[in-house]
Ligand binder design. Structure first.
Ligand code: HEM
Length: 825
């Protein structure tokens, strides 16, 4: 503040003419205080009323898009004269300097949103030229998502928040793009490493549209504007971006502000690409379609000048929030083209600004042209403060006006002529060609293709399967490798896409069945590959919640993926806190013995457990308004083999016949068996699997549901699991049973679910005993107790005994937990 010589005195907004200046703006005028307390405020206290009333009106509408931004003032200096191309004075004459205001924004986020996010960056520059303001309102990527302006509001809504939940919604995003695939090229840019800049000082800027440069003789060339940062493009890893977004929402603004404050001024070089109108007529790329670029090899970048940002805003609201950039602000020598997006923008921006800033927004400090403005036919209106043209005639064609006519502008070219109508450019292979080129360029930079795939996979992993499939199909058209890699990425993250599903489920339903059973010293192995759902049974107890397991929609490889749905009456509260999902199997063999009699053998086959706590469920729309419905996804990683426990009651043999072989059969869940050791006696072997869900509230079973599945064949038999395989980290559920036991140092029963998830199955080490001892490192994480989640992390280790419990999940009994190995974090 430069007031030290003549400091101002506090006053009211319209300074007082009677009475005193404001002695203390922190005190209201009130009746004398009574009883040692406060007193009545008075309407006559203009200071109080003005202060409160103005505060209520401090906000103006934020920009409907590009609301979040940083900005700075600077200077553009011509380094290469292009007066042969354009009459625009600010681009002509080496050394010519022009004041600029630059604003760099994210697109989707609101004013206070985090800056280090994956988004396009807006790149707006206002040149305060001697011929009026010229604005380049571009982006940091060279292409755009749509080419028909009527789609623009939809595009942006799909990138913003869900209208119901007010949360970011990947489903909306991909739903829009899968159904409007002309944007695939822009998506390639957005999900590449440039999608998150390291700094706003290190991004490109593109005018994106094709403009015209008009020469002194009226001839023109088409052109595109490019800004390149002198310091090169630099990006931020998604991990750093997430961290920075969490720690400092203003990360990019602070970086730009501090750099300029420290004299480290960012500089960009402005280039143009130019194209002869004749070339445009036959060039294979439509130059008025902003989903396309012009190849640099055909249209090289011609340098024009450097733009340096050297001054921070003196006040953000006045300089930046009130700034109004618009592609319609053009100086002579640069002209519009029949690009429908550009045409629409020329209306949309001033319209938005009249609404956002008021009809006289051009008079505001950051928009006021340096050259003389004379528009007596635009006057009055709210908040006019430019003298309002005094007594100058307020109608056209007056003999009394002091103004003289300006120069006639160059006419539009004929090329765009033709019949007016809806001329949609349908999405074709041509829309994928440049995206493919970009993918190939990614291939020349280490890690770029992988990064792209990872970024997209991360964004689509939780969207509906149909949309996942659509997204993969769309990117597969760019290059089949992208589809394959996306698929692999999703598979490895356990987020299987629907394209895999369509193939796999088709295969699954062939109902071919082939199980191999063999034995070694540790037990009997059944090699099997799941899975297909074939039925659903749902149950309800005690009037509690209803649980159901709708048909899993995705199958690929080994993981079985499904959805668990729980619904209950709206009036009930806290109806469930834990749901235990188990995958159970049973082998049923009927073997004809040499004596002629039959032996029936039933064996539990696989038992895997996964526990879902209440806060892992999301509420979904229920058809019935009196019902609340939740759902969660689960999956089981089915082992390629399992060990059959050998003890199964007194009436059946302890082991299956050693050389029993199950051969392929054509019909469901049945296979012919032969027993070699006692004279090739045939039998049958049925294997059934089911998934069961048990819903608990306060430790009591409230409801259950189950569904049967069948197995698919497997080629190779992997080695059996050993106790050493359990050295991983498991999530501890069932904290209530754990808590009372802390002090006792006794064995305690805890239920664990594998995080990977991997099956907690145990080899059959001891005859007659279905458990073995393994060392587990258990950890609790965000345990849910009804709706309250406990976040204390508890680590402990101890000897763990694995056992199958009640057919309802893997329970581990942990013996002798030593206190020094237990710690709370
Ligand atoms: C039909 C298409 C489009 C429409 C209707 C549209 C509309 C708008 C509107 C209404 C604003 C807010 C203006 C304000 O309140 O001051 C805006 C901001 C912006 N738009 Fe667009 N836009 C379109 C396409 C584009 C394209 C293709 C680009 C990039 C090439 C772009 C870049 C920007 C930028 C950078 C801003 C922020 C301006 C600033 O810094 O104040 N827009 N757009």
């Amino acid at each position: 503040m430069a007031h030290s010589q003549n400091p101002p005195v506090f006053t009211l907004a319209e300074a007082r003419t009677i009475g005193q200046p404001i002695a203390d703006p922190s005190n209201s005028t009130v009746l004398p205080a009574r009883f040692g307390g406060g007193s009545l405020a008075l309407l006559q206290d203009t200071l109080l009323i003005e202060t409160l009333a103005h505060f209520n009106r401090e906000r103006i509408p934020e920009r409907v898009v590009h609301a979040r931004a940083a900005a700075a003032w600077g200077e553009f200096e011509v380094t290469h004269d292009i007066s042969h191309l354009t009459t625009a004075k600010f681009l002509n004459g080496i050394g010519k300097k022009t004041k600029v205001l630059q604003r760099i924004s994210t697109v989707g986020g609101a004013t206070g949103s985090a800056e280090t996010v994956r988004d396009v960056r807006g790149f707006s520059v206002k040149f305060f030229t001697e011929e009026g303001n010229h604005d380049i309102v571009g982006n940091d990527i060279p292409v755009f998502f749509v080419r028909d302006p009527v789609k623009f509001p939809s595009l942006n809504r799909s990138h913003k928040k869900n209208p119901r939940s007010n949360t970011a919604d990947e489903t909306m995003f991909w739903d829009f793009h899968v159904n409007n695939q002309e944007g695939v090229h822009a998506l390639m840019h957005l999900f590449g490493s440039r999608g998150i800049p390291a700094s706003l000082r290190n991004i490109n800027g593109f005018g994106v549209h094709t403009y015209k440069l008009v020469a002194v003789d009226g001839s023109f060339k088409y052109c595109k504007f490019h800004f390149k940062p002198i310091g090169g493009v630099q990006n931020m890893s998604p991990e750093d971006a997430a961290k920075n977004a969490g720690e400092n929402a203003d990360y990019h603004t602070a970086d730009l502000f501090n750099a300029i404050e420290n004299g480290d001024y960012p500089v960009w070089t402005l280039y143009v690409q130019v194209m002869e109108p004749k070339v445009a007529e036959t060039y294979p790329v439509n130059i008025f379609d902003i989903t396309k670029t012009w190849p640099h090899k055909d249209f090289p970048l011609l340098p024009v000048g450097n733009m340096t940002l050297n001054k921070n805003p003196h006040n953000y609201f006045e300089d930046v929030e009130q700034a109004a950039f618009s592609p319609s602000n053009m100086v002579p020598g640069i002209s519009v083209t029949p690009d429908p997006m550009l045409q629409a923008r020329m209306f949309a921006y001033p319209d938005a600004q009249r609404y956002r800033l008021g009809v006289n927004y051009q008079q505001l400090a950051s928009n006021r042209a340096l050259s003389r403005v004379y528009t007596p036919y635009e006057r009055d209106g709210a908040a006019s403060f430019n003298g309002n043209y005094g007594g100058e005639p307020n109608y056209v064609r007056s003999d009394f006006t002091v103004a003289k006519p300006g120069q006639k502008s160059i006419e539009h070219d004929e090329w765009a002529g033709g019949k007016v109508g809806i001329h949609e450019i349908p999405v074709s292979d041509a829309d994928f060609a440049q995206a493919t080129e970009l993918w190939n360029i990614f291939g020349t930079q280490p890690g770029e293709q992988e990064g792209f795939v990872k970024n997209v996979a991360g964004a689509i992993q939780d969207i509906p399967k149909k949309l996942q499939e659509g997204t993969i199909a769309m990117f597969s058209k760019v290059h089949p490798d992208i589809g394959r890699k996306l698929q692999a990425e999703l598979n490895s993250a356990g987020k299987i896409s629907a394209s895999a599903q369509s193939q796999e489920s088709a295969r699954s339903y062939q109902l071919i069945f082939d199980v191999q059973v063999s034995q070694d010293r540790t037990g009997i192995f059944v090699a099997a590959r799941p899975l297909t759902p074939i039925g659903i049974v749902s149950g309800e107890r005690c009037g509690g919640p209803r649980a159901s397991l709708p048909a899993p929609t995705v199958f690929t490889g080994r993981p079985l993926r499904g959805t668990l749905v729980i619904s209950h009456d709206k009036r009930q509260e806290d109806v469930f806190d834990v749901v235990q999902l188990t995958l159970q199997g049973e082998v049923q063999s009927i073997i004809r013995l040499s004596s002629g009699s039959y032996c029936k053998i039933k064996k539990p086959l696989i038992l895997m457990s996964s526990v879902k706590v209440a806060n892992e469920f999301e509420q979904i729309d229920a058809e019935d308004p009196h019902t609340v419905t939740y759902q969660t996804e689960f999956f089981f990683d089915i082992p390629d083999f399992t060990t059959l426990p050998s003890s199964h009651g007194n009436n059946t043999p302890k082991r299956l016949p050693p050389s029993m072989r199950v051969v392929k059969s054509d019909f469901i869940s049945a296979a012919t068996a032969e027993i070699h050791n006692s004279g090739s006696i045939a039998g049958t072997c049925d294997v059934t699997y089911k998934i069961a869900a048990c819903v608990f509230a306060g430790g009591r079973l409230k409801s259950d549901a189950s569904r049967e599945i069948i197995l698919m064949p497997i080629e190779d038999k992997p080695p059996p699991l050993e106790p050493e395989d359990f050295g991983k980290e498991y999530r501890l559920v069932g904290a209530t049973s754990l808590r009372p036991s802390w002090g006792l140092r006794k064995s305690l029963m805890v239920v664990v679910s594998s995080m990977e998830p991997r099956p907690l199955t145990f080899s059959n080490r001891e005859e007659g005993c279905e458990s073995t001892e393994v060392l587990l490192h258990l950890k609790t994480e965000g345990l849910s107790d009804g709706n309250k989640s406990r976040s204390s992390d508890v680590f402990f280790s101890g000897r763990a005994k694995g056992s199958y419990v009640n057919g309802r999940g893997t329970a581990i009994s942990v013996g002798c937990v030593e206190e020094d190995k237990v710690r709370n974090k």
